[in-house]
Write a protein that binds this ligand. Structure first.
Ligand code: FES
Ligand code: FES
Length: 127
């Protein structure tokens, strides 16, 4: 299957790959798996004292669309509040990357990973 140019761009030059140290202040982690294919995505956010996401990193063991989706959302969440980050929809990701129907679940993985990271932050910080 042909990947769109945007998928290839994010796949070949993924933004924000890696992870933060666990001890770093304001860091929270979301880890999700896709039952459909077994791919796994880990997404971390680093939240400032003002409640704004300063930085994000990811590690994804999965297909090109999953890697591109996670790369894209790490860019999108920066500068957003937690509530704004929760508004990111997989349909926006799929549209931006022009994902075909069989790859929609890859974008759902990215939306779920953000939600899991925000939930982890709220749990840790009573936010
Ligand atoms: Fe094989 Fe996602 S199904 S990498
Ligand atoms: Fe399963 Fe992309 S995450 S094929």
């Amino acid at each position: 299957m042909a990947y769109s140019e945007k998928v290839l761009d994010h796949y070949e030059n993924p933004r924000n790959v890696g992870s933060f140290g666990k001890e770093e202040e304001g860091v929270a982690t979301g880890m999700v798996g896709a039952p459909a294919c077994g791919d796994v995505m880990k997404l971390q956010i680093k939240v400032g004292k003002d409640g704004v996401i300063e930085d994000a990193k990811f590690k994804t063991y999965g297909c090109g669309s999953a890697i591109a989706s996670s790369s894209l959302v790490t860019e999108w969440v920066k500068g957003k509040t937690l509530d704004q980050a929760l508004e990111i929809k997989n349909t926006q990701i799929a549209e931006e990357l022009a994902l075909p129907p069989v790859k929609i679940h890859c974008s759902i993985l990215a939306e779920d990973a953000i939600k899991a990271a925000v939930a982890d932050y709220k749990k840790k910080n009573d936010a």
